[in-house]
Design a binder for this molecule. Structure first.
Ligand code: ADP
Ligand code: ZN
Ligand code: ZN
Length: 726
């Protein structure tokens, strides 16, 4: 074996993915023969394993290093120097995200890199990068001398939105504000007001301003990427080449993901479209970040580092000097509040586009008072008549359930038996397709029993109304109805079950688009984003349950869901004037529905913000949740209670407590999953800074509390900063 060079040549601090709460949460020390620039990817030994890591710093001045025995340091195994190092901005973003969301920087950094990178050699990387560079070079030539037909990049099919559009007055104004002001911007535009068009214009302007400029465009759901990708490709590939627009989301193959990530990192990609994970994309020349549907809860991660991609986008824009534009028809109350007039303390610039493109009007909102309908009525007579009328006219209807609380649970008609999950505080759900009872939390799946397990009664039936039952029910109700061509009514259901297979959603959506479908039934999944041109009726079967939720954000979500759903109706100018949104409700006079009827988001937001202010809720206060999991509810809560007591007895946390409220530990609303008990504690402060200081100081206390013998039953704990579900 060759002698290793003298240890300590170059002390290198490397971030690796260590368990979130291990003692090694910081960067680890190694030595390397030559100084490695921070941001370089390396592979390093850790115990018996070899891990991918990022060189974090090369200084050796920090206190802990003084205690390091240089002879014990191990060398960096591989340097992936074929790839340019990750930028200082990128590292700052990781550092910030880790500290703000109270996680280890290594976890955040490594989760932000494509998994395939872990197994690649420098040579393989080099080959990939070369391929990308060749493609870029070709594309640059093509753009420089567009006169030659042969080497112009192949252009994808242009869609309806290719440059020919003449901007509306509102779009024009929004874009000129964007150019004149630094931002961040909140583009508050009705559904169909042409927001995407504005995003594309702003992107085009920035890309044209600098040969390397890059733009990041985020959408909440993978499902929404294909439509958007088609529009962006049609616009930008002819200008910058076929590889200039790439996507980044969890639905891609590992190879695709690596390739697109490298394209962004090397600058080959000029536009990156992605879901929340894309906020960490390495983009050395980032000039613009767009966050479409910025209110959408899926921008907030619900595991690992529970970051909000929307909030990080704002921070990243600030860090990199990139402009940031958030867009929504129903902004989050946080963003709405931030975009109040500057004189009142607003920090974002609100750009308004209230009108829909063309003559398009928003649909008429009709409320059916369910108090006057027969008990257990699912589709009221007036709604059924309205749907029947659409069918006769050859128009389409969309009927949806907001799924929460509507999964079909099996119930015995004789005794009290319900299909409870033995391991969770939840009911198992009846899946007709394979006649199973499945727990949506722990996955436990069993065949449906022939008879009630408690009393033997063979008559066990679904309780509640899943989309499957709704579809069946509608089929029964519409059995005698005919389409204008004399054919029977065609109903299609779109939900998580029908779209599990790859390509299923696309083909179902295509059916809707080509008009093969008369009635579309589904979950809220169908209410979002899709551009259905021939739908003239949208119905929410029972939206009320969100109004009784213990979650203070539930009304905000319901309003935005219903507004979006309403926006699905009448997108085609020829049918827009007859389009309607139907709500079946027991609370027809509820202010939320009143505001909805007027399509008046500002009124709804004002009333909600007033309530939030009175109750000192976000955005007027700042929150964090600490969650713990244990074998028993006592242990889970006990840990939180001990940690809370310790906070007031230890000096570094106690001094901060004047600005902090620590609430008592309580069971989570899903108190038990797979036999693990879950508890939580709310931490609140009127000051974000105070909350941050407290949480960082409290981390140590939590670690030491967990080590107490009393807390032996605790399995894990985590902090959720700016939590969405309380
Ligand atoms: P939003 O994102 O606000 O829902 P889109 O940008 O998708 O709205 O625009 C809705 C429809 O109007 C799209 O089909 C789009 O191509 C079209 N559109 C947008 N801007 C214009 C315009 N200035 N003139 C004509 N059509 C437009
Ligand atoms: Zn029974
Ligand atoms: Zn379960």
């Amino acid at each position: 074996m060759p002698e290793p060079p003298v240890p300590g040549n170059c002390l290198t601090r490397v971030l690796v993915h260590t368990p979130a709460h291990s003692q090694m949460a910081g960067a680890l020390s190694y030595w390397s023969e030559a100084p490695l620039p921070p941001g370089t990817l390396v592979r390093v030994p850790l115990g018996q394993r070899e891990l991918l890591g990022v060189v974090w710093s090369i200084d050796s001045t920090s206190a802990s290093d003084a205690t390091l025995d240089p002879a014990k340091l191990r060398p960096v195994t591989t340097v992936l120097d074929a790839m340019p190092p990750l930028s200082a901005h990128w590292r700052d973003l990781i550092r910030f995200a880790a500290s703000y969301y109270q996680r280890a920087a290594g976890e955040v950094a490594l989760a932000a890199l494509p998994p395939q990178l872990r197994d690649m050699s420098s040579v393989q990387l080099e080959r990939r990068l070369k391929k990308l560079a060749t493609a870029t070079a070709k594309r640059t030539q093509a753009v420089v001398k567009p006169a030659t037909e042969t080497d112009t990049a192949p252009t994808p099919e242009p869609d309806a939105a290719t440059p020919a559009v003449v901007l509306t007055q509102e779009q024009h104004q929004a874009i000129s504000q964007f150019h004149q002001q630094p931002g961040p911007f909140l583009l508050f535009g009705a559904t169909g007001s042409g927001k995407t068009e504005v995003f594309m214009h702003c992107t085009a302007a920035l890309l044209a301003s600098k040969p390397e400029a890059q733009a990041l465009v985020m959408v909440p759901e993978i499902n929404l990427t294909p439509q958007l990708e088609a529009r962006f490709k049609a616009r930008f590939c002819p200008l910058y080449g076929a590889d200039a627009v790439v996507s980044m989301h969890s639905g891609m193959s590992p190879a695709q993901r690596l390739n697109n990530w490298l394209a962004a990192h090397s600058g080959a990609a000029r536009v990156v479209l992605g879901t929340r994970m894309a906020v960490f994309a390495s983009m050395p020349q980032l000039q613009l970040i767009v966050v479409d549907e910025e209110h959408d809860p899926s921008y907030k991660s619900s595991e690992g580092a529970r970051y909000s991609a929307r909030d990080l986008a704002i921070y990243r824009g600030h860090l990199e000097g990139a402009k940031v534009m958030l867009g929504s028809a129903t902004p989050s109350l946080e963003s709405w509040h931030h975009s109040r007039p500057a004189e009142e303390g607003g920090r974002y610039l609100r750009l308004e586009m209230p009108s829909r493109i063309g003559r398009g009007q928003l649909p008429l909102v009709r409320r059916v008072d369910m108090n006057h309908q027969p008990k257990s009525c699912i589709i009221s007579a007036p709604l059924l008549a309205a749907i029947t009328q659409r069918i006769a006219r050859g128009e389409q209807s969309m009927v949806f359930l907001n799924r929460r609380g509507y999964a079909p649970v099996l119930q015995c008609s004789d005794c009290d038996w319900k299909s409870e999950c033995p391991h969770c505080s939840a009911y198992r759900v009846f899946h007709k397709i394979d006649r199973t009872l499945r727990c949506h939390h722990c996955g436990l799946s069993e065949r449906v029993p022939r008879a009630c397990p408690a009393c033997g009664n063979p008559d066990i039936t679904p309780l509640g109304r899943g989309t499957e039952r709704l579809e069946e029910h509608l089929a029964e109700l519409l059995a005698g109805v005919q389409r204008p061509d004399g054919q029977p009514v065609r109903i299609v259901r779109i939900d998580a079950d029908t779209t599990r297979l790859k390509g299923a959603l696309e083909s179902q959506l295509a059916q809707v688009h080509t008009g093969e479908v008369d009635v579309l039934v589904g979950t809220q999944m169908i209410a979002k984003g899709h551009d259905f041109r021939r739908i003239t009726l949208v119905a929410a079967v029972n939206p009320d349950n969100a109004l009784f939720s213990s979650d203070f954000r539930a009304p905000e979500r319901l309003f935005s869901l219903l507004m979006q759903a309403a926006g699905r109706a009448g997108r085609d100018e020829t049918v827009t004037n007859q389009s309607e949104m139907w709500l079946q409700t027991f609370l027809p006079k509820h202010p939320l529905y009143e505001a909805l009827k007027k399509h008046d988001y500002p009124a709804f937001a004002a009333s909600q913000l007033k309530e939030r202010q009175q109750a000192a809720m976000p955005p007027f206060s700042f929150q964090a949740l600490i969650r713990s999991e244990a074998r028993s509810q006592e242990a889970a809560q006990g840990f939180l209670t001990l940690a809370s007591q310790a906070a007031s007895s230890q000096s570094d946390t106690a001094t901060l407590l004047t600005q902090i409220t620590l609430y008592p530990a309580v069971p989570m609303s899903m108190a038990r999953i797979a036999n693990i008990e879950r508890a939580q504690m709310l931490v609140e402060s009127p000051s974000r800074t105070a909350l941050q200081r407290f949480l960082s100081a409290w981390q140590g206390v939590l670690h030491s509390t967990r080590a107490h013998p009393e807390c032996k039953g605790v399995i894990r704990w985590a902090i959720d900063v700016d939590p969405h579900n309380i």
